[in-house]
Design a protein. Structure first.
Length: 198
């Protein structure tokens, strides 16, 4: 699996008998270590739309994001999903059709994101990335309008880098994660000062 391109990896993840649904748990297991990137993407990207930036909405995605990031920080080889999430499924034929539809886009992503800086894919760095993702998930729990877009964007970049094994993209995403933390800290300090609490 580690040598497969993104499109081929997803095609393998949904492969199986047509009379059995492709479940999220099965697909993540087949993606092995890439499963972290996929799940971080699934729980971060929805907050990039205008609606989810409303206070409270990001919490729906922050909690599972924190769970996945914690496993990564603890050094678990591949993510383990809670039963109700692992059992979510889709008809196998439908899953194959979706992967086939996304294949051109995945191939384009691979031209931009390619295996680089393997040191950032090493286990110690992956644990650090998990710890950073926990912080970003915590930021998503803070009810501030619009600001959740920043940690969501940063985590999405990290997730894409993990999926493509691109250390450069991961480094850019980590820098964006730091910027998100600074933005939230600044907003909270300014708010406290405006309310006379600091």
């Amino acid at each position: 699996m580690s040598d497969l391109g993104l499109a081929a990896a997803f095609a393998r993840a949904v492969d199986g008998p047509d009379d059995v649904k492709a479940t999220l748990g099965e697909m993540v297991a087949k993606l092995e270590s890439r499963g972290y990137g996929v799940l971080l993407f699934l729980f971060a990207a929805p907050n990039l739309t205008p609606g989810p930036s409303m206070p409270g909405f990001s919490t729906i995605f922050a909690l599972p994001l924190m769970l996945i990031a914690a496993q990564m920080a603890l050094g678990v080889d591949s993510p383990k999903l809670p039963g109700f999430l692992a059992r979510l499924g889709i008809a196998r034929a439908r899953a194959r059709a979706i992967v086939a539809y996304l294949a051109p886009a995945l191939n384009k992503v691979e031209k931009l994101l390619r295996p680089r800086l393997p040191v950032l894919m090493a286990p110690p760095m992956r644990r650090f990335i998990g710890a950073v993702a926990i912080v970003e998930a915590i930021l998503l729990l803070i009810p501030l309008p619009f600001l959740p877009l920043i940690p969501s964007f940063a985590t999405t970049i990290v997730a894409l880098g993990l999926m493509a094994r691109d250390g450069v993209a991961v480094a850019i995403g980590l820098a964006a994660c730091a910027a998100a933390a600074v933005a939230f800290a600044t907003a909270l300090i300014w708010g406290a000062s405006a309310l006379g609490l600091a």
